[in-house]
Design a protein around this ligand. Structure first.
Ligand code: TXA
Ligand code: MG
Length: 315
C-alpha cells in the first residue's frame, strides 16, 4: 500500500504531480472525458505499474496523451486524413489509432507490442497543464480497476485505486463523462469505440466508418464483453422498474435517478458513470438497476455501448 495524495490544480499541485511522474510514479488526472491514470509512456516501470494498479490484462494497449499535434507527430505517422481529423477535433474527446513511428521511444508495454499507437490530445486545462509541466507523453487508461465503472470525479478514483497510486489531481467533475471516441486510421477509417465525439461528426468528414474489433480478440478495452460494470445487475431498455429495482431514468417520468429529465444526451453522458455508482449504492448487495431506453444517436451511441457492457454477463 502507498499513501495516495489528493493534489489541487494549483502551480504547487501540478509541480508535485510532475515530480511524481518524473520519478516513474502514477498520477490520476482529469480530462474532459473521464479521469486517466497517468504514467510516463516511455518508462517500462511506470507503464507496468499502471497495469498492476488497475489489474488490467497486458494485451490491452494504452492511449498516449500529448499536449499538441507537434508532440503527437513524434510518436505516430499522420497521413492527410489524420491531419484533417486532428485539425477538426483536437484537442478533444477523440483518440486516433495510427502507425507507430519506429523512433517513437515508447515502452512496448504501452502498445502491447503492436505496430500502431493510440494518441489523444485532451482539452481539459488541468490535463494540458500537467502534460506541459511533465514535458513528456503520458500513458493513461481510465483511472478505475479493470472492468469497473470509469471515474468522472476525483472521489471515484480514490474509491477504486486508493493505496495503489501515488496521487490524484482533483479537477472536479468531467464535462463529457464518457471516454473518447477511438478512430482507427491505419487502413479504412474504423470506429473502434463510440465516445465523446459522435460518429456522425466523423462520418460527415470521412464517409461511412467500418466498425472495428471483436470480443474474442479485443484491441480496445471497451470491446471486452463485460466492462464498466457496477456491482448490481443491470437491465436495459426498461420502460418501468420492477419491484426492488432502482430506476435510472431518461426524460420525463418516474425515476430514482434521472440521467436527464429533459432527455438531453449530452447531460446524460455527463451523468452516466456517477449515477451508475449512485444507483449501485442504492440497489445494495445483490440489487438490480433498471435503465430507461436511450436513443441510439449522437452521444447516445456511447451511452448505450457502455450500458450494454455494464449489463453483459460477468466473466
Ligand atoms: O477518454 C479516454 O479515452 C480515457 C481518457 C483517460 O483519455 N482513456 C481511456 O483509456 O478510456 P482506456 O485504456 O480505458 O481505453 C483505451 C482503449 C482501449 O480499449 C485500448 O484497447 C484501445 O484504446 N487502444 C489502445 N491502443 C490501441 C491500438 N494500438 N489499437 C487499437 N486500440 C487501441
Ligand atoms: Mg477504461
Amino acid at each position: 500500500m502507498i499513501q495516495t495524495q489528493t493534489l489541487a490544480t494549483t502551480p504547487e499541485g501540478l509541480a508535485r504531480a510532475a515530480a511524481i511522474l518524473r520519478a516513474q510514479g502514477l498520477v490520476a488526472f482529469p480530462t474532459e472525458t473521464v479521469y486517466g491514470l497517468g504514467g510516463d509512456a516511455r518508462s517500462d516501470l511506470a507503464v507496468a505499474r499502471i497495469f498492476d494498479a488497475k489489474g488490467r490484462p497486458r494485451f490491452n494497449p494504452l492511449i498516449v496523451h500529448v499536449p499538441d499535434l507537434a508532440a503527437a507527430k513524434a510518436f505516430a505517422h499522420f497521413d492527410t486524413r489524420a491531419e484533417a481529423v486532428a485539425g477538426a477535433f483536437w484537442p478533444g474527446p477523440l483518440t486516433l489509432v495510427l502507425p507507430l513511428r519506429a523512433d517513437a521511444g515508447l515502452s512496448p508495454l504501452v502498445t502491447a507490442e503492436l505496430d500502431t499507437v493510440a494518441i489523444r490530445i485532451p482539452a481539459h486545462p488541468a490535463a494540458q497543464a500537467l502534460l506541459r509541466a511533465f514535458g513528456g507523453p503520458l500513458a493513461a487508461p481510465s483511472a478505475n480497476p479493470s472492468g469497473r465503472v470509469s471515474p468522472t470525479r476525483a472521489v471515484h478514483v480514490i474509491d477504486g485505486l486508493s493505496g495503489r497510486i501515488d496521487a490524484v489531481l482533483d479537477g472536479g467533475a468531467c464535462g463529457v463523462g464518457v471516454e473518447s471516441t477511438i478512430l482507427g486510421l491505419v487502413g479504412a477509417p474504423a470506429l473502434l469505440r463510440p465516445g465523446g465525439v459522435p460518429s456522425e461528426a466523423l462520418e460527415a468528414m470521412l464517409g461511412p466508418l467500418a466498425s472495428g474489433g471483436n470480443a474474442e480478440k479485443p484491441n480496445a478495452p471497451g470491446q471486452l464483453a463485460s466492462h464498466y460494470a457496477p456491482g448490481a445487475a443491470v437491465r436495459l431498455n426498461a420502460d418501468t422498474a420492477l419491484p426492488g429495482e432502482v430506476r435510472l431514468g431518461f426524460g420525463p417520468g418516474p425515476a430514482d435517478l434521472n440521467l436527464s429529465a429533459t432527455a438531453d444526451l449530452i447531460e446524460a453522458a455527463a451523468n452516466l458513470f456517477h449515477m451508475l455508482r449512485e444507483a449501485d449504492v442504492m440497489a445494495g448487495q445483490g440489487g438490480r438497476i433498471a435503465v430507461a431506453p436511450i436513443p441510439e444517436q449522437g452521444l447516445g451511441r456511447a451511452i448505450n455501448d457502455r450500458l450494454r457492457r455494464a449489463a453483459a454477463p460477468r466473466g
